[in-house]
Every structure is written in C-alpha cells, then in structure tokens.
Design a protein around this ligand. Structure first.
Ligand SMILES: NC(=O)c1ccc[n+]([C@@H]2O[C@H](COP(=O)([O-])OP(=O)(O)OC[C@H]3O[C@@H](n4cnc5c(N)ncnc54)[C@H](OP(=O)(O)O)[C@@H]3O)[C@@H](O)[C@H]2O)c1
Length: 290
C-alpha cells in the first residue's frame, strides 16, 4: 500500500511567519501545483496551531484544488499555548481521544473531509501500539484518513506499529549536515519495508546557505565545485543528494519562493555519481569515510 505523494513535497511549517494574505497563500499553493509539487505537509501545531487554518482559508478561495493535492498532517505533540489552555506541560499524546480530536480539528481547519496521510509527529514514551493501531483502523474505515505514518521514529519504535497497521512513511531529518539516518538503521528499515521516507529540513532549514559553522562552510565549498562541474544550482544539488538514496526519499522543502521550488524540482533530472555523493557526505562529516 502506498500513498501517492508528489516526488517533492511542500512544507507549510513556516507559513505563519510569511505574513501573507489568503490570496498570496493561494498563489503559493497554485505555483507549487504548477511545478508538480502537489503534496503539502502540515502538523496540528505549526504556527502555534494556526497554519492548517491559514492554508484552509486559502484553499477555500479555490475549493476545486482539493482534488489535485494531497494533504499530510501530524499529531501527537501537545504544546503549552494560548490556543490550548489545557496543556500545562509540553508533552506527547498518542491516546485515541487525542489523535481523534486532533484529526477532527485538522479536517475542519484545512476544510477537507479527509487527510491523505496522518503521521505521529514524535515517538511517545507512553504509546500503546495496540490502541493506536485500532484508532488508525477506525479513522481509515470512516474515510477520514487514507494512510498512516510516523515521524522521527527509530527503527525499533516503528516496527511494532507497522506490524499492526501498515505504515507508508517515516518523516525524518536528513541533509549533508544531518546524516545520522544513513547510518543508524532508519533508512535501511525504509528500504527493507518498502516505505518511502519523507525528508524534513532537506536544506538544513537554510543553515547550509549562510551559517558560519565549519560544516556548513565545507558543504558550500563542495557545492561550489559541483555547481562548476554539473551546472546545477545549490538547491538542485542538495535535493539530488537526497534523491540519490535507494530508499526513494520524498524531500519536504520549506521555501516560500517559487524559484527555489523550481530549483528543487530540477533535481529530478540530475543523477549524482557515487563520488559526487560522498564528497558532500565528507564535507558534512568533516572527514573521509573510515
Ligand atoms: N516532522 C518533523 O519533525 C518536522 C520538523 C521540521 C520540519 N518539518 C517539515 O519539513 C518542512 C521543511 O522544513 P524546513 O523549512 O526546515 O526545510 P528547508 O527546505 O531545509 O529550509 C527552508 C528554509 O531555507 C531557506 N532557503 C531555501 N533556499 C534557500 C537559498 N537558496 N538561500 C538561502 N535560504 C534558503 C528558506 O527561506 P525562503 O523561504 O526565503 O526560501 C527557508 O527558510 C517544514 O515545512 C515541515 O513541513 C517536519
């Protein structure tokens, strides 16, 4: 079973910071769709529980677009927030009551009758896998959520849930500045189970472009060399670095700019060879492979 998501996904996490009108937000959605980026990544908590509503308000200006897009959202983190006065301490909650309430809220805010994919945002120490898989089954039977996945789970945390309810993804952080999932079994498990990982902060949240840290400087140096060799821009190269992995990752980009999204999509046409790939790995790590 697989969720049909676009090869690059647009992340809405930062949308509240953009300060846009509903029309400007709709333009962003439309421009992404025009590029072939038809899947949008959300979470209940983004923008202090406001982003799903901002997106839904824009979508309401062109409701027919719902049939052209896929909506991914997450739940399971409870923030201390003026929008949720009952949360006295930041915590995780994967109880049936919370997951169901969060889904209902996401559906209302996004102005849709279903989510294409629902992810558990972070591993919850109190997660009851039997109860959670029953909740997933009920939400699927009701047509409210088509597919389920997790985010930031270790292989050991993912496996028991996947055995009870087939998952479609683990959304994880990966970039030349954050290589851990390449080596801790996370991506090996994705290949083994046939789950396409979704990749958050594929450009290290923008840190690669301006940060003074030594790792970012080394990565910029190699990007400059690779740009000379391939003619591709930095964003294209960084996304191509992710797409090169055999687990067939789905990068979730966070840009507000259509030019950057276009650069990301160009990566679908660029195949880095193993030496180019390892040069970026080495730049991030600061040493050659053992
Ligand atoms: N599951 C999780 O736990 C989790 C955690 C974090 C994020 N996410 C998801 O992943 C998505 C992407 O995360 P992200 O926003 O950190 O991704 P990202 O694509 O790594 O970073 C986006 C940031 O980089 C900047 N940027 C892009 N191209 C640039 C360039 N050429 N020069 C300078 N800056 C550039 C963008 O600014 P501009 O807008 O100005 O281009 C934006 O601020 C989020 O929207 C969210 O959906 C999930």
């Amino acid at each position: 079973m697989n969720a049909e998501l676009s090869p690059i996904v647009a992340g809405a996490w930062r949308m509240a910071e953009w300060g846009w009108t509903p029309t400007e937000r709709l333009r962003w959605i439309e421009q992404n769709i025009e590029l072939g980026i038809t899947s949008f990544d959300h979470a209940d908590i983004y923008g202090g529980y406001s982003v799903e509503g901002l997106f839904g308000e824009a979508l309401a200006l062109a409701p027919k677009l719902r049939h052209k897009i896929q909506l991914v959202s997450k739940c399971g983190i409870r923030l201390v927030s003026p929008a949720r006065l009952g949360n006295l301490v930041k915590h995780y909650d994967t109880s049936a009551a919370h997951v169901r309430a969060s889904v209902e809220h996401s559906l209302r805010a996004l102005r849709t009758d279903h989510l294409d994919v629902l992810l558990i945002h972070r591993p919850d120490a109190l997660m009851d896998v039997d109860a959670l898989s029953t909740t997933f089954d009920l939400l699927r039977a009701e047509g409210k959520v088509l597919h389920f996945g997790v985010s930031n789970f270790t292989p050991a945390q993912l496996a028991p849930l996947h055995r009870r309810c087939p998952l479609v993804t683990n959304q994880i952080e990966l970039s030349p500045l954050h290589r851990q999932p390449l080596h801790d079994g996370t991506l090996d498990q994705c290949q083994d189970l046939g789950l396409r990982p979704m990749i958050w902060s594929p450009l290290a949240g923008g840190r690669i472009f301006g940060d003074d840290a030594a790792d970012a400087q080394r990565v910029r140096q190699v990007l400059t060399e690779l740009q000379r060799e391939t003619g591709a821009g930095w964003v294209t190269l960084l996304i191509a670095w992710l797409l090169r992995h055999p687990s067939r990752p789905l990068p979730v980009i966070g840009t507000r700019r259509v030019e950057m999204a276009r650069e990301a999509m160009a990566a679908l046409q660029l195949n880095l060879d193993a030496q180019q790939w390892y040069r970026l790995w080495q730049a991030g790590a600061g040493h050659e492979v053992p």
